[in-house]
Design a protein around this ligand. Structure first.
Ligand code: SAH
Length: 289
């Protein structure tokens, strides 16, 4: 069957007595160019093992299986399992893993399923868990690339550069681990049922952690504190949100010692700037001991 033909999809779902679940972020693709283009953009090819999250009835899974050596798709909704066995019956390089992606141990999964292959992720993500899933995928360090369809608004935040309104702690997190690219938009009419927002496809290509960062945990504490109160200056936001023994004047001195104006806002700082600031703050903290 055509996995993106809306009438065929409706007949298939009715035959299986399937009902859409809002809480599982279920919006199925009904335009065949979309899964085709997402699969192509993912870089899946010979030698690749692709992890898909939320295959639905399998349109993207099928496209990926035509390109990659192996596709492993994790699906939470058990009601979709009999449907997937039917729609992907002829795809021998596909394995469906029932379960919640948030509860899986990613390094173990990758080791077991993709040994000898280049592991990557490609998915039309359930939008309610976009940020925690992307964080877990990036932090796992297991994937050479992550290509996902997500809400356009989150895609813009991921790709944002310093000094723009969309730039925030999540932009820094994503760009610490990878180089993001905004590839194309997908309108709500391409889905059944149509979501309320426009979607975008982004590709995150992994790169080595920035060498300027020598204490990752402290670096991210500083980043989160810097953006905790966006309307405040960097010094005020750090003073309020960073769990540090430093007084506000000492934080201000660390900021100035990095050659930033004392009244700068956190959103102006690049990853390298945050790395320098994290180091300076730790030097001042050490001076207190
Ligand atoms: N890839 C399909 C479906 C996307 S909808 C398509 O493009 O048509 C999102 C899918 O993610 C649904 O199949 C939903 O059941 C599944 N899902 C939701 N939460 C999940 C989770 N925590 N782990 C794995 N799959 C999940």
């Amino acid at each position: 069957m055509d996995l993106c033909n809306v009438n065929e999809i409706k007949a298939l779902l009715a035959r299986h007595g399937f009902h859409f679940s809002k809480s599982m972020g279920q919006n199925f693709l009904i335009q065949s160019w979309v899964p085709r283009e997402i699969a192509k953009a993912s870089g899946a090819g010979p030698g690749a093992g692709v992890l898909e999250i939320g295959p639905g009835i399998g349109p993207l899974t099928r496209e990926l299986s035509l390109l990659a050596d192996r596709v492993v798709a994790v699906e939470l909704d058990r009601a979709l399992l009999p449907i997937l066995s039917e729609t992907l019956a002829d795809r021998k390089n596909v394995e469906i893993v029932p379960g919640d992606i948030m509860k899986l141990d990613l390094p173990t999964l990758v080791q077991e399923k993709f040994s000898g292959l280049r592991a990557m992720v490609c998915a039309n993500l359930p939008y309610n868990i976009t940020t925690p899933v992307l964080t877990a995928l990036l932090e796992s360090g297991c994937f050479s690339a992550i290509t996902v369809m997500i809400q356009r608004e989150v895609a813009l935040r991921i790709c944002a550069v310093p000094g723009t309104p969309d730039y925030g702690a999540f932009s820094v997190l994503c760009q610490y681990y990878a180089r993001p690219e905004l590839l194309f938009d997908v309108t709500p009419q391409c889905f059944l049922p149509p979501p309320k927002v426009t979607s975008s496809v982004v590709r995150l290509t992994s790169h080595p952690a920035p060498t300027q960062v020598d204490d990752r945990e402290h670096f991210f504490q500083v980043v989160r504190a810097a953006f905790a109160q966006r309307r405040k200056t960097l010094v005020n936001s750090l003073d309020a949100a960073l769990n540090s023994p430093l007084k506000k004047e000492e934080i201000a001195r660390a900021v100035v010692c990095c050659h930033f104006p004392e009244n700068i806002r956190g959103e102006r700082l690049s990853i390298e700037d945050f790395a320098a600031l994290s180091k300076a703050l730790r030097r001042y903290e050490a001076g207190l001991l």
